[in-house]
Design a protein around this ligand. Structure first.
Ligand code: SF4
Ligand code: SF4
Length: 488
């Protein structure tokens, strides 16, 4: 197929050749001080990610995101579908924390904490380098390139399998996962297909898609231009010190900054391209802050090693704000670093207040689906209600439904209801009241309670409808069938 040529001066994605084909990146690692720190952080994160679903807190997994049951357990606290406000506050809090982190430290998450970077740089690439060797560096342990490649993909497959299982354990729990793993796939084909599909996705991502996730798919990278300001910490090239760049021969004559602002004969950059060949997204940091830069600090380590060799101070590429790199004074206090923490505090306070006010159970009553009420052959009026109880406690509880003031009017299939910790139960109940109750033309307010014999005693006030009250309701139908009518 014919490829579109791109003009030489056009800015194209760092992983594209000018003819539009993929430029495969094989970065040369720079094992400097940041490399060692990132490695320690990465292995700590991998250990944590692997262990979290296995660690119990309050008898529950530390993290379990049970989407099917719509129950989300985070650090021993389970959120149910009734916790919409809490979940919304949690999400807003996470976003604000990310905004704040980015405003202060730039894309530190991308370079140090994102699973894509962590697994790519500290698991998959090391396997690749071990078997196939480093570009322009150490040779791999397998001499035959074909065998090395085959072994690499086999190793990638094993790691992807393990990673997929770990990932799935966050959504189905380790007990369920163990069951899946120990049974024949024929006994649970759908779950086996899910596991195989997730493994395949991991494989495609880390073996082929790689940095394209950061460049094309991740929305966070796209947002960075609005999340960062000139005071945010970035990985940046000190243009004032490095330019005009030139090959090593002229370095002995170079001056960093001449007094009086005169242009130096040559800057400290010796144009060795080590910062480019080490970059996992293939960019040249000397062209300024770019969307592709994940702030991995590899170019910092590469350039520091060069500066050590040529006897120049480190930090030609370094962590600094854009204003500091431009020679301006960095403003520590900026509107966004005041606004985000203030908002975050408000959200955290609201979250704590709502969480503490939740008690040990959720109790909710809504009207049943269908007719607002039925007039029974006896002349009594029946209202259908749907009652939901969620046991938020860590112990088994028995809940008894009572309707205050009109004892005997409540008909429920299960009452009391015994619930295991974290379980929810909903049922349709019927409230049967004499017709005369509604004779005055008003709705009846009843108080329904779910008592567990100990703490739960939060009533829900409901409105019971009858023939007279229905006529007074704006949204009520003008007439209602009785059961006799409908039967007939
Ligand atoms: S590694 Fe440093 S000296 Fe070499 S090209 Fe990059 S910025 Fe210049
Ligand atoms: S420019 Fe430097 S910090 Fe940015 S991605 Fe490349 S190597 Fe990492």
């Amino acid at each position: 197929m014919a490829r579109t040529q791109v003009h030489d001066d056009e800015r194209i994605l760092s992983t594209l050749n000018v003819d539009g084909s993929r430029r495969w990146i094989r970065p040369k690692p720079s094992r400097g001080r940041y490399w060692k720190r990132r490695r320690a952080v990465a292995y700590g994160l991998i250990a944590m990610f692997t262990a979290l679903p296995h660690i119990p807190i309050n008898g529950k997994p530390a993290v379990l995101l049970n989407v099917a049951q719509r129950e989300f357990t985070i650090l021993g606290t389970t959120f149910y579908p009734t916790d919409t406000l809490l979940l919304a506050l949690l999400m807003v809090g996470v976003f604000l924390a990310v905004f704040l982190l980015t405003a202060i430290f730039g894309r530190v998450w991308c370079g140090w904490g994102c699973p894509q970077t962590v697994y790519m740089e500290w698991v998959y690439r090391p396997i690749e380098r071990f078997l196939e060797g480093e570009p322009g560096g150490k040779r791999g342990v397998i001499k035959d390139p074909g065998v090395a490649k085959a072994l690499k993909y086999a190793a990638f497959f094993v790691v992807s399998c393990f990673l997929a299982h770990t990932f799935l354990s966050y959504f189905v729990g380790v007990a369920q996962l163990r069951t899946w793993m120990t049974r024949s796939p024929l006994e649970h084909p759908s779950s086996f297909i899910i596991m195989a599909a997730v493994t395949g996705l991991m494989m495609v991502d880390f073996a082929f898609f790689r940095e394209q996730i950061c460049l094309l798919a991740c929305p966070y990278g796209r947002f960075q231009s609005v999340l960062l300001d000139r005071g945010s910490l970035i990985v940046g090239y000190d243009r004032r010190r490095g330019e005009p760049r030139g090959k090593l021969a002229g370095v002995g004559l170079s001056l960093t900054i001449l007094p009086g602002g005169a242009a130096p004969a040559q800057g400290d950059c010796i144009d060795c391209f080590k910062c480019v060949t080490t970059c996992p997204t293939g960019i040249d940091i000397r062209n300024g802050l770019q969307l592709e830069c994940i702030h991995c600090t590899q170019c910092v380590d590469a350039c520091d090693a060069v500066m050590d060799k040529i006897g120049k101070p480190r930090g030609l590429i370094r962590y600094a704000s854009q204003s500091a790199l431009d020679g301006e004074t960095r403003r520590g206090i900026r509107p966004r670093v005041v606004f985000y923490p203030a908002m975050l505090l408000v959200v955290i306070a609201a979250f704590v207040v709502v969480l503490v006010g939740k008690g040990t159970a959720d109790f909710n009553v809504v009207r049943g689906i269908g007719r607002p009420f039925n007039v029974l052959p006896t002349g009594d009026v029946a209202n259908q209600l749907r009652v939901k109880i969620v046991n938020r406690d860590s112990r088994e509880r028995a809940y008894t439904l009572t309707l205050e003031g009109v004892e005997g009017a409540l008909r429920a299939e299960a009452n009391p209801v015994v619930l295991a910790p974290g379980k929810a139960f909903s049922q349709q109940v019927t409230v049967i009241m004499p017709m005369a109750t509604f004779g005055a033309g008003h709705m009846v307010e009843a108080v329904l309670r779910a008592r567990d014999g100990a703490s739960l005693d939060r009533p829900v006030t409901i409105r019971l409808l009858g023939p007279e009250s229905a006529r007074t309701r704006d949204d009520a139908p003008s007439s209602h069938e009785t059961e006799e009518d409908s039967d007939g």
